[in-house]
Design a protein around this ligand. Structure first.
Ligand code: TRP
Length: 326
């Protein structure tokens, strides 16, 4: 297995088990992962250690970690062919993170915009873990000699820091790490909030009508799309000052592979009601196979636990090689 998979370039990404991922996460990233897993040596994981940088109920953390893990499997990722693991079950990540801490300047970490934002948002719990979050993330990436990391806009600065740390340590000690690059794939759709389409769709938005969770029931998806904010023009086309309709068009296009032109033709002379109904149906259809897989897997606790154990074993064996070198 090794000699074959080692030839492929390595792609790694972790997902925090905080809140169920949204349609935006799905169309922007997850949808492509199963395909990506055919061309690359892929490692995917649940970043549960990152999630305790904000106060978390242990019970919730556990059930959400299981949920996110089942979501990864339900995307069609195979624990045999890929490496699908839970971060806390691979202790090498934390061990490497400590070492990376010693090669990261206080000023560099203090410059991270996510840290500054979260320090404001969680002012009563600005813990050291929140501060060193990016070095744990760097450890996640560097410990597998990852070539590519698919990251959203909000994580680019952290990846940049991981590159800086890798380059610095390579300079001191020779070739310890592959310097990771952002994964440039086919750009996924950028999905905006259904209630304020100038903002990105976010699972942590207090207004639950603003996002579609990957595990919402079809009924709820339909309701949320029907109450999406649009404009008063009543004509379906992609244009300036139509962020609501643009967003729905982009969602519809991502689900049906239709171009904006085709969509404009399809809804010529029709109103937003018809359009929203079509978008809702397309979204429900898009997520249907995923949902069926998820429901099957989440009820098979044994399969989840044995896949986690396999993932941890495979991940740890690989992580150990880098850690012992460092
Ligand atoms: N910080 C990332 C997020 O919140 C999650 C994450 C942790 C991650 N470790 C990673 C992403 C390594 C990519 C690579 O989205």
């Amino acid at each position: 297995m090794d000699s074959e998979t080692n030839k492929k370039q390595i792609v790694l990404s972790l997902v925090q088990p905080t809140g169920t991922p949204t349609l935006g996460n799905y169309l922007g990233a997850f949808k492509n992962w199963a395909k990506m897993a055919e061309d690359y040596d892929c490692l995917f994981g649940a970043a549960d250690l990152h999630s305790i940088t904000v106060r978390t109920e242990p019970k919730d953390l556990k059930s959400r970690t299981i949920e996110i893990y089942a979501i990864l499997l339900a995307l069609g990722l195979s624990p045999e062919k890929n490496t699908i693991f839970v971060q806390s079950q691979v202790p090498q990540h934390s061990q490497l993170a400590w070492i990376l801490n010693c090669y990261t300047q206080f000023g560099e970490a203090a410059r991270m915009t996510q840290f500054k934002d979260k320090a404001k948002k969680y002012a009563d719990n600005v813990n050291v873990g929140l501060f060193s979050y990016p070095t744990l993330m760097a450890a996640d990436i560097l410990i597998y000699q990852s070539d590519f990391v698919p990251v959203g806009e909000d994580q680019k600065q952290h990846l940049e820091l991981a590159r800086d740390i890798a380059t610095r340590m390579n300079h001191f000690y020779g070739n310890l790490f592959t310097v990771p690059a952002p994964f440039i794939g086919k750009a996924g759709a950028k999905v905006m909030s259904l209630q304020d389409p100038t903002k990105k769709m976010s699972k942590s938005d207090p207004n639950t009508k603003s996002f579609i969770s990957m595990l919402d029931s079809p009924d709820v998806m339909v309701k949320k799309i029907k109450s999406a904010v649009t404009d008063s023009e009543g004509r379906v086309y992609y244009g300036e000052n139509k962020p609501g309709i643009n967003n729905l068009m982009s969602i519809y296009s991502a689900c049906t592979s239709k171009s904006y032109e085709e969509i404009e033709q399809e809804f010529e002379g029709k109103g937003y009601g018809d359009f929203k109904a079509a978008v809702a149906e397309a979204v429900v259809e898009e997520l249907k196979p995923f949902r069926a897989e998820f429901d099957r897997i989440i009820n098979d606790r044994q399969y989840i636990l044995s896949s986690m154990a396999l993932g941890a074993e495979k991940a740890a064996a690989r992580a150990e090689r880098t850690l012992s070198k460092v």
